[in-house]
Design a protein around this ligand. Structure first.
Ligand SMILES: *[C@@H]1O[C@H](CO)[C@@H](O)[C@H](O)[C@H]1NC(C)=O
Ligand SMILES: *[C@@H]1O[C@H](CO)[C@@H](O)[C@H](O)[C@H]1NC(C)=O
Ligand SMILES: *[C@@H]1O[C@H](CO)[C@@H](O)[C@H](O)[C@H]1NC(C)=O
Length: 176
């Protein structure tokens, strides 16, 4: 049955037959280290300490499971409608501002990708989406209202316990 559903969904949602996989901390670090410099926002390189914070977030948010899906109900102010965000994949990227929950990517999202594409075991699109977010952080390419919303989203999703993580500590077990 699942195979049948997936055959149907594959054209619509990019459904993957793969169950997803669990990646290791050190392999994920390697994926980032192997990215060509041109992938990075201009004039920036990923520092090992930033990478430690980012991968620490992955560990706490998805436990390195590429198919993790979770719900988040952000606290709201009185006058706002109740919201529920869904967080997808290794980096727990949100259907709020980041990926599109419909069948086709939407141009108003930071990443030109459907959320369902973020839960398969191909992590290249997840990584390039994270790089898009990093670019937004760096060049702030947002109108004021969305900028505020963007930072709220980043704050709610990113794990605060990881703020003090350093490469020396976090990657001590990794050989390179
Ligand atoms: C990964 O997450 C998926 C979706 O929640 C779950 O079905 C699967 O069992 C998880 N895999 C592991 C190894 O925890
Ligand atoms: C968005 O993704 C679609 C499908 O992968 C692609 O055809 C399109 O060119 C992309 N658009 C942008 C602006 O990158
Ligand atoms: C991070 O470090 C700061 C300053 O050293 C400290 O005040 C804060 O409690 C630490 N936060 C966490 C989550 O460990």
């Amino acid at each position: 049955m699942r195979v049948f559903v997936c055959l149907f969904l594959v054209s619509v949602l990019g459904c993957s037959l793969a169950e997803g996989k669990v990646v290791s901390k050190c392999d994920l670090k390697k994926e980032f280290n192997n990215l060509p410099e041109s992938e990075w926002p201009e004039g920036h390189t990923m520092t090992d300490n930033f990478l430690a914070k980012l991968i620490c977030h992955v560990e706490k948010a998805s436990e390195f499971n590429t198919s993790a899906v979770n719900q988040l109900i952000p606290k709201k102010k009185e006058e706002e409608e109740a919201e529920q965000w869904t967080l997808y994949g290794l980096f727990q990227l949100s259907d709020h501002l980041i990926c599109s929950d419909g069948a086709t990517p939407s141009p108003d999202r930071i990443c030109n990708v459907t959320c369902s594409a973020l839960v398969d075991d191909h992590i290249e699109d997840d990584i390039s989406c994270v790089l898009n977010i990093a670019r937004k952080v760096i060049d702030g390419g947002f109108a004021v209202e969305r900028k505020r919303e963007f930072w709220r989203m980043v704050k709610l999703i990113f794990q605060p316990d990881c703020n003090n993580e350093t490469a020396g500590n976090y990657f001590a077990e990794c050989k390179d």
